[in-house]
Design a protein around this ligand. Sequence first.
Ligand code: SAM
Length: 283
Amino acid sequence: MNPTELLNYGKGQLGERNLNDARILIEHCLKLKPSEFYFSKKSIKTREKNSYQKLLDKRKNGLPTAYITEETEFMGLKFFVNKNVLIPRQETEILIEEVLKLLPTSHFPLPTILDIGTGSGNIAISLAKYISDAKIIATDISKEALGVAKKNAKLNDVSDKITFLQSNLFNLLPSTFYLLPSFDLIISNPPYIKNSEIKKLQKEIQHEPKIALDGGKDGLNFYKKIVLMSRKLLKKNGFLMFEIGYHHSQKIKKMMAAAKFRNIKIVNDYSQQERVIYGQNSN
Ligand SMILES: C[S@@+](CC[C@H](N)C(=O)[O-])C[C@H]1O[C@@H](n2cnc3c(N)ncnc32)[C@H](O)[C@@H]1O
């Protein structure tokens, strides 16, 4: 059996829909690079087929592929992931793309950025990588998630640009940040699933940390708090940017307008779902 035949075997178990997962698990199992997969004439040993089968079994039980391989990609960068962090989603890349348009280095020479609920660190690390001279503070309530984020900052060689802070939203942010409004951008992909809906989500998502999903009764708990506090921390004209869930845009827009944010914009993702909202502090 060669890798292509093994892929057919994996497809037979996971189904056509999960063909990509079947391939990633082979690459992981045989330590092949994606570019090597289709050209490999390697003959698969029984021991290798057995360990592939173990990975297929985990996948069939609903464990996401990224948790099995402990790796994923975001903005072209590699991230270590485990059960303590949400697996970075492709849709979240829209936030990074919007920030890169909003903070041209000509207008924001040394941008200061606060990332709330950093998880694996995907947002903070991508911004550190793609915005030269950015200074970033990344917070999370979860000590374990911060451990993962720090590891990823090292992996991507941006540890010197990011300060990681364990904090329940803003509560442990040093008071100096309030004395003089400090940030050009506050960005967050907060937990935004209504808590009554979490149990109904597909079984892959059930493996992700509940603390990364649960946005309270209406899914909006975090937005309310972050909108109010951000006013005190953003520089004049500084940006507040969120990832948002389905049907949340108008409610969050109202909250931001009530807190006197201006130029509020909503951006769709590539599946034409409203995915990002941002506005500018008028203070
Ligand atoms: C939806 S995940 C986003 C993770 C990552 N930023 C991303 O985009 O993939 C939300 C994150 O918020 C964190 N979180 C939950 N409650 C928090 C709180 N009260 N203060 C700070 N972070 C919190 C969770 O631990 C989780 O890492």
